[in-house]
Design a protein around this ligand. Sequence first.
Ligand code: HEM
Ligand SMILES: *[C@@H]1O[C@H](CO)[C@@H](O)[C@H](O)[C@H]1NC(C)=O
Ligand SMILES: *[C@@H]1O[C@H](CO)[C@@H](O)[C@H](O)[C@H]1NC(C)=O
Ligand SMILES: *[C@@H]1O[C@H](CO)[C@@H](O)[C@H](O)[C@H]1NC(C)=O
Ligand SMILES: *[C@@H]1O[C@H](CO)[C@@H](O)[C@H](O)[C@H]1NC(C)=O
Ligand SMILES: *[C@@H]1O[C@H](CO)[C@@H](O)[C@H](O)[C@H]1NC(C)=O
Length: 502
Amino acid sequence: MMLVTLALMALLVTSLWLYNKHRLSYWAKRGILSPPGLPLLGNFVDVVMGKPGRWAFDEKVYRNYTREGLGGAYILLSPILYIADPEMIKQILVKDFDHFSDRQSFTSLHKNDKSMNESLFNLNGEKWKRLRNLMTPAFTSGKLKNMFHLVCEKADTLKAFCLKEAAKKPFVNVKKACGRFTIDTIASCAFGLECNSFEDEDAVFPAKVQPFFAAGILRIFKFMLVATFPFITGLMDVGVFPEEKFFFQQVAEETIAARRKGVRRGDFLDLLLEAQASEENSSDDQTKAKILDDATIISQSILFIIVGYDTTATTIAIASYLLSKNPEVQQRLRQELQEIVKEEGKLTYQGVMDAKYLDACIMETLRLYPPAPNLERVCSKDYKVPGTNITVRKGDIIEVPIWSIHHDEKYWPEAEVYNPDRFMPENKADIVPYTHMPFGGGPRNCIAMRFALMEAKVALSTLLLTFDMKTAPGFRDIDLVNGSFLIMPSTVNLVLEPLGEE
Ligand code: HEM
Ligand SMILES: *[C@@H]1O[C@H](CO)[C@@H](O)[C@H](O)[C@H]1NC(C)=O
Ligand SMILES: *[C@@H]1O[C@H](CO)[C@@H](O)[C@H](O)[C@H]1NC(C)=O
Ligand SMILES: *[C@@H]1O[C@H](CO)[C@@H](O)[C@H](O)[C@H]1NC(C)=O
Ligand SMILES: *[C@@H]1O[C@H](CO)[C@@H](O)[C@H](O)[C@H]1NC(C)=O
Ligand SMILES: *[C@@H]1O[C@H](CO)[C@@H](O)[C@H](O)[C@H]1NC(C)=O
């Protein structure tokens, strides 16, 4: 008996060892370098524990384990291929998109959980394509223009809040203030709700959003587990998204019911409901299941809150911080904005979107601190990488190390210096294509890029036209939250001095 048990255990260990060896030699067999990994975990520990975040590990692969634009790594035995060469990145994201239209999907197979299943971020294949086509019209500049006043209203609240804070305190936590601004804006534009998170210290929305951004090893482990073995969610309740999703689900359901009774605001929810109506009307192939049912619309609203909150707040807060550290840049930008206001009487959609130096300051902020520090695609059909003998197999994960490319001296001389002039029209031609990708690239890029930029530009302009911004005494550099997928500063404390009336 004992002997049998021992033999079985030996067999198990040997097969695990062989399997492990087989998996962890995936890249070596293909002539691709990869950092040494642990048995069964691969480089998982580095990825999860690496400080400050995942991009620190990406940087290691980018610097020391790429050859001819390609590098390898393993997450829990899943091979990942790093694409480090801009030309190759373009090829994969744009030209050969049909091989790489998917992402790892965090859908829940749990039968009670529809809330995140149908989100655009998660969907793949034909379903993604149809939904993306249906949603795209909601993000055109014509539609954004209609939301401009909603964003301006929220920026005015941000201004009032900062004025009040600045009068009370030596410095203001601008990150927190921007978080309230972006959540109010998204609540307004995606749910049609006034959530007043500035006035109300215990406002419900910010409290319910926070858990989605909780960093932590357990959380990341869950993500990777679900990505690697999706069937697990069907067996156990290990949803990667916190319970709070049900709160947003309910809010969205109630709002949709109200819209059906005739309330209209021209926001994202209206636009999605319109897309639903036009899909129902469309004469083509009645047998094809309609894709935009209510559950799908609700998924998008929740998604907008998750993806639109911290990314944009981080952008505005870090831009403010960089302008505080670079007073001459700040002064030049303020001048540009004051001229626009003088000409038009106020901030207008066209004025904000056409301001060249404003755009350059935001672009340079997004270069140094891309809120999403890497991009991912999953290979959906075998693909031979042009100019090499390497074939990417269906299911392999592709990683674009955005942060590393944004900080590479090869493309960005004095890469660590904040220099918005790089993005001024006269210098733009010097930028190597596909070396600046804060919003990703190709047909699966950030669908809301223009909306996010409008939001950030309005908020930053409002702050700069109201305050002179300086770093708080004792505040040295931005401290990024450890163990997060996103780039998030923990706090950005700035001294805000109201400008004198002119
Ligand atoms: C400064 C703010 C933002 C940044 C830096 C950002 C960045 C990104 C990036 C890098 C991606 C992945 C692109 C790719 O894989 O090529 C993405 C996707 C996406 N973003 Fe954003 N984003 C921002 C704001 C927003 C906002 C405000 C919304 C919604 C209102 C939004 C909605 C989405 C959606 C729906 C996707 C998935 C698109 C798809 O898979 O088809 N983002 N974003
Ligand atoms: C790359 O390797 C060099 C030499 O071993 C080392 O000094 C450096 O820290 C490594 N870079 C990264 C980002 O790990
Ligand atoms: C969620 O999506 C997965 C994969 O597309 C699917 O198998 C599952 O049935 C969906 N769950 C629900 C509740 O719709
Ligand atoms: C759908 O069809 C109805 C009846 O033909 C029409 O009144 C309505 O305007 C159409 N809606 C859209 C969004 O095309
Ligand atoms: C690909 O393989 C062929 C035959 O083994 C070899 O002649 C060629 O040099 C290889 N090409 C590259 C880019 O490695
Ligand atoms: C992240 O970790 C570093 C090094 O351990 C530490 O100095 C820093 O304060 C941490 N950042 C945050 C926001 O906790």
